[in-house]
Design a protein around this ligand. Structure first.
Ligand SMILES: Nc1ncnc2c1ncn2[C@@H]1O[C@H](COP(=O)(O)OP(=O)(O)OP(=O)(O)O)[C@@H](O)[C@H]1O
Ligand SMILES: Nc1nc2c(ncn2[C@@H]2O[C@H](COP(=O)(O)O)[C@@H](O)[C@H]2O)c(=O)[nH]1
Length: 197
């Protein structure tokens, strides 16, 4: 486990946090790690976000995201239905509040995969949450992964890399950093942090 952790492994908190936030720059591998983890541990509940982004090939409404219009997103925000929301690289994203609170009330492990702005909002509103930063092994590898995924045109990749500079500088704000060198190792470490294994 020590191979992937950076910095000091935190002391266990007095009360086990049940809400885990996974954040990190676009393309670092958040979705890949979460998918790997949930293949063997489907009991880890991942919040499905709402977004104004258009679906990528293969993405399904209600599975990967709730794909909404700008007007629908306006309403979700105005009605207080989002636990947090942010604009990221030209699109808006938000976490539906009710589903998260319901799972937490049932004592289920809950995972959010969101950007830095959202992570900061959750830290303010849910003080017992644990914030995990997923870091790339290097800047060059991050660029390679984001470009190699082939889902965004060059100008969107540039916007995401601009955001990545800010996100990487915010690493010290997080409780734990995991370096995504190996998907299997990070998935195992995340499960351990969530007390799932
Ligand atoms: N440890 C790894 N080694 C090599 N490639 C990886 C690793 N983890 C993820 N990848 C690859 O990097 C690319 C980006 O991964 P992924 O889409 O999971 O990133 P993400 O952080 O969820 O991005 P976004 O925030 O844009 O949604 C994918 O092509 C994925 O296969
Ligand atoms: N603040 C929030 N950020 C979110 C949410 N859902 C996803 N995200 C983050 O947005 C970027 C881009 O995602 P992509 O699917 O378009 O590549 C990435 O960092 C996600 O983690 C959310 O509900 N709130």
């Amino acid at each position: 486990m020590a191979a992937t952790f950076r910095g000091t492994t935190p002391e266990p908190p007095d009360v086990r946090p049940r809400l885990t936030v996974l954040s990190g720059p676009s393309g670092v591998g958040k979705s890949t790690v979460v998918a790997h983890m949930r293949k063997e541990h489907p009991e880890v509940w991942l919040s499905v976000s709402a977004t104004t982004r258009k679906p990528r090939p293969g993405e399904q409404h209600g599975v990967h995201y709730f794909f909404v219009t700008d007007e629908e997103m306006d309403k979700l925000i105005a009605n207080g239905e989002l636990l947090e929301w942010a604009e990221f690289a030209g699109n808006r994203y938000g976490t539906p509040r009710a589903a998260v609170l319901e799972r937490l009330e049932n004592g289920e492990p809950v995972l959010l995969e969101i950007d830095l702005q959202g992570a900061r909002q959750v830290r303010e509103s849910m003080s017992d949450s644990r914030l995990v930063f997923l870091a790339p092994p290097s800047w060059e590898e991050l660029v390679r992964r984001l470009t190699g995924r082939g889902t965004e045109p060059p100008e969107v990749i540039e916007r995401r890399l601009d955001a990545a500079r800010t996100e990487l500088a915010a690493e010290p704000e997080f409780d734990v950093t995991l370096v995504n060198t190996s998907v299997e190792d990070v998935a195992r470490e995340l499960l351990a942090l969530m007390d799932v294994v």
